[in-house]
Design a protein around this ligand. Structure first.
Ligand code: F6R
Length: 250
């Protein structure tokens, strides 16, 4: 596992955006695993900039988002479908049929989850999976405890996560849906490369727990230490509780 510590958040975002852009250029059929949330907005902004400057072609790219709220239609401004349109898909030349986000209003959610797993498999698996980390230590919406062999499924969102994400819902945690569809930890670990990004002091304690604490199903992010091609990118604030001394620079 490589850990890269950057001097400021913008350098962390640039570092990840460059990794994703290189993956898109390297492969003739890149398959990306994408995430949402406040951190990722910055990375999509940089990728859109590169595309608009003529330096990045998404026409052969396929993507699979990690998660979606149950009960929110793709047109709902708080859905992750809508988020992805807003921040990435509407601004780049990716084919709509190749941009996958789980359907949170599917009539049979279990069937939707099975189809999602099958679609990832049919695409040849994920080359590079982008990850953030939540206050509960979740990756995707894998709240504690989540089995390391879990697959795409319906999960109950932790109260901590509903509070964390309430800024999109008039700061009212009760308005945040109680359930979501998420790729499982096992689905995530199947990706050929993992890149996790965290910035800000607010992430320092959980980052340290994920990197230095026990590898445990109570902190889903600790699972990435089991992967043989994982990179963690932190700014100095997110790395401030992290005790190790060996660091790589971007
Ligand atoms: C969302 C996702 C989550 C977020 C995490 C951090 O698709 O995968 O695991 O990455 O909750 O969110 P922010 O960046 O808003 O702190």
């Amino acid at each position: 596992m490589n850990v890269i510590v950057t001097d400021n958040p913008e350098q962390a975002f640039q570092c990840i955006a460059d990794m994703i852009a290189n993956e898109i250029r390297r492969s003739s059929t890149p398959v990306l695993g994408l995430a949402t949330g406040r951190t990722m907005e910055n990375i999509y902004r940089l990728l859109v900039q590169q595309h608009k400057a003529g330096a990045l072609d998404f026409s052969d790219t396929t993507s699979f988002n990690l998660d979606e709220y149950v009960g929110l239609a793709p047109t709902d401004p708080n859905s992750y479908h809508h988020y992805m349109q807003d921040h990435l898909f509407a601004h780049v030349n990716m084919e709509a049929s190749r941009a996958h986000v789980p359907n949170g209003i599917a009539p049979e959610l279990e069937v939707e989850c099975a189809h999602y797993e099958a679609a990832i498999h049919a695409a040849g698996g994920i080359d590079l999976q982008l990850l953030g980390i939540g206050e509960t230590g979740h990756i995707g919406f894998n709240e504690p405890p989540s089995a390391f062999d879990s697959r795409t499924r319906v999960v109950h969102l932790d109260e901590v996560t509903r509070r964390q994400n309430s800024c999109m819902f008039d700061n009212d945690p009760d308005r945040v849906p109680s359930h979501a569809l998420t790729m499982g930890v096992g689905t995530i670990l199947d990706a050929r490369r993992l890149v996790l990004v965290a910035v800000g002091k607010g992430k320092a304690a959980i980052v340290n727990e994920a990197l230095n604490g026990p590898i445990s199903e109570t902190v889903s992010a600790s699972a990435i230490r089991l992967h043989d091609n994982a990179t963690i990118i932190l700014d100095t604030a997110a790395a401030s509780d992290w005790k190790r001394t060996t660091r790589w620079r971007c």
